[in-house]
Design a protein around this ligand. Structure first.
Ligand code: PRX
Length: 658
């Protein structure tokens, strides 16, 4: 969590940006939405749900009798993919563009709703042909190409459950997730384009399946993207394009119960084992579409929406693959990195497609700030009218830069707080309604009850800080942790009785607006991506050099937090008087290989001891002080109070990595 000094700075922010009269007059969300939701919360959610197409209407909105296991709209039946595609085509929107795809090398593709539906129908038939049945799990490990969205929609269409694994994860991380979900089929690609070159994916799938590690997998469906060489096993590998060319083109979307599992998405927790967050159909789609429409002020006929998130993260699920399609939006998807071929790439794309709504992460904004506003000002971004931020707290400086340079000093910014677990946006201003305040996510959305609580679970009230909690169930809430109901109860529902504990610290300012202060547990947030300290520590101690490791998230100007590791070497290794830089390089590569490049520590410090309490718990707080280069806090609970002197002394001479 941020230190007290920073908290005070945040709550003295006095700049307000009220919506313009014109924006407010045309906004989708009106101020009475709050009152409406407050007067009858469940009726409000039922009304939102009824904007979807139900094959069989629901009669009960929420069943919370078996809390914390919720059922929303449970006796209703729907098809998620029908809601995202068929119904728009039936409503004469078949010719509307659903996806503008921009490949990193500059290739492009356009899919209308009609064309996207045709592809999804075929892909659904391919999955059926490969033996996928409702409820079966399908792993998706793909670059950010249209087939990724088609694959997700196809899995949903047949009532199966996808588990998208971010393409930056290693073969081992992929294997772990496939095993946990017992995926039957994997959809992947030969590779994708990143940073100006073809980056292979299929070899990681081969690695994950090697030595019979994933016996549940019967087929690997491979999209041809980069045409690079791939190893091929005829007994398991099949080409997407060959299958798509042979299957039936018609597929009727069958209804499934509202609580049909839709996807599992793994996210880091406080242990070494990622949690498979489970989301289901009706409630998830209800909140994804309601928030997408109201928070981004989507005028589906005229807007061009672009969310820069990869489908490997929850944002790429709710605000690329589902919410926008459920709302018949026209959206842009981009395969590559923002700096390829140069830092103008995103703005070139935004100008080319006349993007009106842009949703991205503070890390990206800070990277552009570093490059200088001239890079952006080269492009005509006058079409942009709403800006969104997600994944980590946005500092007021970056917020103001975003508004001025990208938003032409007029576009409202929505700072959206939510999590993999919440499934959709929970706390955010509403454009056209809320006076925006740089750096604050501000208020729970209509229909959402979130509060800042103290240690005892009491509401703290304006001007005070504590823990963020969601005090009433919400439609897109996680339904559990795959295969581990006890961990679900323990992690989220035991800190405060009957209330969802989010794991974030937060504070109200004097107006009662919420400011997010970062995680209060051992979860780091690097570039808006969640990483577990324990998971990286386990990877480090699995290396033959390392005896013990402690990992902390240290403040980083660009990425929000960065991974910093403190390692004790094994005696035999230490005696070899290894060059510290070599050790550090070797260990950083090792973590990248074990977990994925995103988990690679920024710095690794070789130390002789780690600060521990008498009960043996590593005091990460003290290591964070050292990593962030400030005076070390209270050491009185340490078993050996001299340890920190030795570590701090070491730091002043320790080598720093790139
Ligand atoms: O700490 C909060 C931070 O990201 C965490 C959730 O991470 P993940 O499940 O990966 O989902 C990220 C995309 C929704 C939260 O516990 N976080 C997310 N959005 C914000 C945020 N912190 C501050 N402000 C936000 N707008």
């Amino acid at each position: 969590m941020s230190n007290d000094h920073e908290i005070e700075n945040l709550s003295t922010e006095t700049r307000h940006f009220p919506p313009s009269a014109e924006f407010a007059a045309n906004a989708i969300a009106k101020p009475d939405l709050y009152e409406k939701a407050k007067s009858d919360r469940l009726a409000f959610w039922a009304e939102q749900a009824n904007k979807l197409h139900w094959h069989k209407p629901f009669t009960e909105t929420l069943d919370w009798s078996n809390a914390p296991f919720a059922r929303w709209f449970h006796d209703g039946e729907l098809n998620v993919s029908y809601n995202c595609l068929d119904r728009h085509v039936e409503n004469d929107l078949g010719k509307r563009v659903a996806l503008f795809f921009e490949g990193e090398p500059g290739d492009t593709a356009v899919y209308t709703y009609q064309q996207l539906l045709e592809e999804v129908k075929k892909a659904a038939n391919v999955l059926i042909k490969l033996g996928v049945k409702p409820g079966d799990r399908v792993a998706i490990y793909m670059p950010m190409i249209p087939e990724a969205v088609i694959a997700m929609q196809a899995v949903a269409r047949i009532g199966a459950v996808h588990s998208v694994v971010f393409g930056g994860f290693s073969a081992d991380s992929l294997a772990q997730r496939i095993q946990d979900a017992e995926a039957k089929v994997i959809i992947t690609a030969d590779g994708g384009y990143r940073k100006g070159r073809a980056s292979a994916l299929k070899p990681n799938v081969d690695g994950a399946l090697a030595d019979g590690k994933c016996p549940s997998v019967s087929k690997v469906l491979v999209v041809e993207r980069t045409k690079q060489e791939v190893a091929w096993d005829d007994s398991i590998d099949v080409w997407w394009h060959e299958m798509m060319a042979t299957v039936d083109t018609e597929h009727v979307a069958e209804p499934f119960p509202a609580e049909q599992p839709l996807f599992i998405l793994y996210t880091s927790g406080t242990t070494g084992k990622p949690k498979g967050i489970l989301h289901t159909s009706g409630g998830y789609l209800t909140q994804a579409s309601y928030t997408h429409k109201n928070v981004f002020d989507l005028h589906d006929k005229t807007d061009v929406y672009w969310c820069t998130a990869d489908i490997g993260w929850i944002t790429g699920h709710s605000y690329v693959a589902y919410g926008p399609l459920a709302n018949a939006a026209t959206q842009v998807i981009y395969e590559g990195t923002p700096d390829t071929p140069d830092w103008g790439r995103w703005w070139d794309i935004a100008a080319k497609y006349n993007v009106t709504i842009l949703y991205t992460a503070p890390t990206a904004i800070r990277s552009f700030m570093k490059m200088g506003r001239e890079v952006v000002q080269h492009y005509d971004l006058s079409s942009i009218r709403v800006l969104g931020s997600v994944g980590e707290p946005i500092n007021p400086e970056a917020w103001v830069w975003y508004r001025e340079v990208i938003g032409g000093n007029k576009a409202p910014i929505v700072d959206t707080w939510w999590q993999t677990e919440t499934g959709a946006i929970m706390i955010s201003p509403l454009p056209g309604v809320t006076d925006a305040k740089p750096g604050s996510a501000q208020v729970p959305l209509p229909g959402i009850d979130a509060k800042v609580l103290d240690d005892e679970g009491k509401h703290v009230g304006p001007g005070h800080g504590g823990y963020l909690a969601v005090t009433e169930p919400w439609p897109s809430m996680l339904r559990g942790i795959w295969g581990d109901p006890e961990r679900f109860k323990e992690t989220y529902w035991s800190r405060f009785e009957g209330t969802y504990f989010a794991g974030d610290g937060a504070k109200y300012d004097d107006d009662g607006d919420i400011w997010l202060l970062g995680r209060v547990d051992d979860v780091m947030n690097v570039s808006g991506h969640r990483l577990s300290t324990t998971e990286i520590e386990s990877a480090l101690v699995a290396h033959p050099y390392v005896a013990e490791a402690a990992v902390v998230g240290a403040k980083d100007e660009t990425t929000g937090q960065a991974v910093v590791a403190f390692c004790i070497m094994k005696r035999s290794q230490a005696e070899k008087t290894m060059n510290e830089l070599d050790v550090s390089k070797e260990l950083r590569e090792h973590v990248a290989k074990e977990i994925g490049p995103i988990a690679k520590p920024r710095q690794i410090f070789v130390v002789n001891e780690l600060p521990k309490t008498r009960s043996g718990k590593i005091m990460r707080r003290l290591l964070r002080d050292v990593a962030e280069d400030r005076p070390v806090g209270d050491v009185t609970t340490l078993a050996d109070t001299s340890v920190m002197d030795s570590i701090s002394g070491k730091m002043s001479t320790a080598p720093s990595e790139d």
